[in-house]
Design a protein around this ligand. Structure first.
Ligand code: AKG
Ligand code: FE2
Length: 292
């Protein structure tokens, strides 16, 4: 199926710009609705239903004439923009279904080992380019050796739509295509240390999508892991974009809030889908970032 992202979506909703957050956007089709296939046991992203590409979201927001537009974009730092409630319920379900497909073997959802013998608590699968500390490769070199799963064009379309929705204060929509998805699964105790996304040659904005449990996302500065930083609550359906002067900012996830996922999603835990542009064009290269 061809990617369908924007057609049919009222322009006023897709390009709306507000500088101050208003009340959170409520999905029009009801937050208590059960998903097709029902709930999924923990870890919620390992098994479950199937779905096609993430399609248009034409039922997310109240009509614009209600005077109650989306509460995004919210600028957190120069070039760093939070889009609360950006994915509607249908897109969240479809994205979750895609993550479940990617999380199946081969490759699966392995635990990432760091060079000093530690492990990352968030488990990861990476369509497009496999990330392992601290480089990209075309095979799961630190796992079962499987070739990377393909990066679907609809994910590129989704990423550039998120960047466009950041509005005039956000980073520019890149000319080239996104080609990496880091799919991170967090159980109740998982977290991610402060790090920079530094293994890419492209300086295209990073697009981060959240599903399931709410987390505290710490967005810092490009100089060091410390202050100044801003803690942002990322909830299911939120997007967070960072580019321009914030592309190299340190960021991390100090905590997940267990049990806060919307019941209708059927996910126990949190999934983060981080979309990046490698700029590698068929190459693999050692990188320089660090995450704890
Ligand atoms: O889980 C998140 O929100 C952040 C993930 C992240 O920073 C990464 O995968 O590089
Ligand atoms: Fe990151």
């Amino acid at each position: 199926m061809a990617p369908t992202v924007s057609p049919g979506v009222p322009t006023t909703l897709r390009t709306g710009w507000v500088s101050v957050a208003r009340g959170r956007v409520v999905p029009a089709d009801g937050a208590r609705e059960e998903p097709p296939g029902g709930g999924v046991p923990s870890p919620g992203c390992v098994s479950g239903g199937d779905a096609g590409p993430v399609g248009p979201h034409d039922t997310l927001f109240d009509p614009p004439d209600a005077g109650d537009g989306p509460d995004w974009p919210v600028t957190v730092a120069p070039g760093a923009v939070h889009l609360p409630g950006w994915l509607d319920t249908d897109r969240q379900r479809r994205l979750l279904a895609a993550c479940r497909r990617w999380a199946r073997p081969p490759a699966g959802l392995p635990t990432v080992r760091t060079p000093r013998g530690g492990t990352m608590s968030a488990r990861q699968v990476c369509p497009g380019w496999h990330w392992s500390p601290y480089r990209y490769s075309r095979h799961v070199v630190d796992g079962d050796g499987a070739p990377v799963k393909s990066f679907p064009p609809w994910l590129d379309a989704l990423a550039r739509e998120a960047v466009a929705d950041c509005g005039p204060e956000g980073p520019a929509v890149p000319a080239d295509a996104y080609d990496i998805a880091l799919v991170n699964f967090y159980d109740a105790d998982a977290r991610m240390g402060m790090h920079r996304d530094a293994e890419e040659r492209s300086d295209a904005p990073v697009v981060s999508l959240s599903l399931g449990d709410t987390c505290v996302f710490r967005f810092g500065n490009p100089e060091n892991r410390g202050r100044p930083h801003t803690d942002v609550e990322l909830r299911s359906g939120d997007a967070f974009v960072f580019g321009g002067p914030s592309r190299a900012a340190y960021h991390g996830v100090p905590r997940v809030r267990p049990g806060t996922a919307p019941a209708w999603l059927g996910l126990t835990g949190r999934l983060n889908i981080t979309l990046r542009m490698s700029g590698l064009e068929g190459r693999a290269r050692p990188g320089g970032g660090r995450r704890g």
